[in-house]
Design a protein around this ligand. Structure first.
Ligand SMILES: *Cc1c(COP(=O)(O)O)cnc(C)c1O
Length: 409
């Protein structure tokens, strides 16, 4: 393969683009993880994580992928034979279900069409019907990365409270944390699962569990075997700024920088930026005459958009055209929607012109691949981005400069 010039566009919905500041932070010399400098780093990072998860509860950081953090959530709260309620929102919900099943958990997996999120009314109905309180946990993927559908976690918690059911609420926020508003504390979530390589703009390698007081209490009698993932020794050591085993020190340098970057912009501004870039993307897709996989506008994802190919066209062949010709990686269809959708990631360290370049590559690729579309998607997105200051974007962007470039006659 000949050299591709310019920067690669990594527009998959995670791993995301790692900003220079984080790359520099990662490249420091590793320090003694039992020394005072580490302890300071650890305490600062763990406090910062609480603000990112929007909670006062402890956030535990494992050297792991997101899948490890899924397992940690399960083995600390459940015992073999326990029953949990899960929803088939897409590929990641299915994978988390598989982890639970392999651990000996009985999963009631409510089928789904991969175009909708978790229906709070179904949560309520299921829990009200569970008079013997067999469900120990309700497990939800907040942002289904395979479909671009965001479930309404606040409403799910409200449904659980109406049903007065004691089950824990466990939520995977792997592709929403730091991109889409999510409140572990206010929404009374018991265990929140996250990881480093999506909205936090870090390389892969850190997995998170935010743990409520109720989940911690439940963990004292949970009997699934565990060693590496045990919460209590981690919490005990973390209080002094240390880990029970060698931490991913350099990724923690990176995480400290990631938290600083997010807070310099302001979390609410970060969310608004993602909302705005997502809306621009959808306008492009609609102008092309293609369908968005997410069928309910209340559940549109702000971190990625999954686009359906017209019948008879291969999404993977299209993605290959875009990669070979424009040096851009788009997300593939996973599981049930393999080869039928492509996914545009618009999360992390991302701005208007990066989105414009991304959508230009998609539009040219669709045309080159012979997909029947209408042109004008990029133009529709640009028009929205120009005007979006007037349509609820919370961060004040410089608006129209009204004739400032006109030379005086
Ligand atoms: C990426 C992702 C995962 C998997 O995380 P790994 O780091 O690959 O183990 C799980 N859930 C969601 C929603 C994801 O987007």
């Amino acid at each position: 393969m000949s050299r591709m010039t310019g920067r690669h566009f990594l527009q998959i919905p995670g791993p995301t683009n790692v900003p220079e500041r984080i790359l520099h932070a990662l490249s420091r010399s590793t320090i003694d993880h039992r020394g005072a400098e580490f302890s300071e780093l650890c305490l600062e990072v763990l406090e910062g994580c609480k603000r990112i998860f929007q909670t006062q509860a402890p956030v535990l950081v494992f050297p792991a992928s997101g899948t490890g953090a899924w397992e940690a959530a399960l083995v600390n709260t459940l015992s073999a034979g326990d029953k949990v309620l899960m929803f088939e929102t897409g590929h990641f919900a299915t994978l988390w279900r598989d982890v639970a099943v392999r651990l000996g958990i009985e999963v009631d997996f409510v089928p789904g069409d991969w175009r909708h999120g978790v229906d709070p009314a179904v949560v309520e109905e299921k829990l009200v019907g569970d008079i013997n309180h067999r469900y120990k946990s309700v497990m939800v993927v907040h942002n289904e990365t395979s479909t671009g559908v965001t479930s309404r976690v606040r409403e799910i918690r409200q449904a659980m409270n109406r049903a007065k059911h004691p089950a824990l609420l466990m939520v995977d926020t792997i592709s929403s944390l730091g991109s889409i508003d999510y409140r572990h504390g206010q929404w009374e979530v018991d265990v929140t699962v996250g990881c480093s390589q999506k909205g936090l703009m870090l390389p892969p390698g850190l997995g998170f569990n935010a743990v409520s007081a109720k989940a911690l209490e439940v963990s004292k009698s949970a009997k699934l075997p565990k060693s590496y993932w045990q919460w209590q020794p981690m919490i005990d050591m973390n209080q002094k700024g240390f880990f029970p085993y060698t931490p991913a020190t350099n990724l923690l340098f990176g995480l400290r920088e990631s938290i600083r970057i997010l807070e310099e912009e302001g979390l609410q501004n970060v969310f608004a930026r993602h909302d705005r870039l997502a809306e621009a993307t959808r306008r492009a897709v609609q102008a092309w005459g293609l369908d968005i996989l997410c069928a309910d506008p209340r559940e549109y994802s702000s971190s990625l958009t999954a686009v359906m190919m017209p019948d008879g066209y291969s999404a993977d062949a299209f993605r290959k055209v875009v990669l070979d010709r424009f040096n851009m990686s788009l997300g593939n269809g996973l599981g049930k929607v393999a080869d039928r959708v492509f996914r545009v990631g618009h999360l992390g360290d991302f701005n208007d012109l990066m989105l414009a370049g991304t959508l230009a590559g998609v539009e040219m690729g669709l045309s080159l691949a012979g997909i029947p579309i209408k042109r004008g998607g990029v133009a529709a997105a640009l028009e929205y981005l120009e005007s979006a200051n007037d349509t609820g974007f919370k961060q004040q962007l410089p608006g129209k400069a009204g004739g400032c470039c006109l030379k005086k006659p």
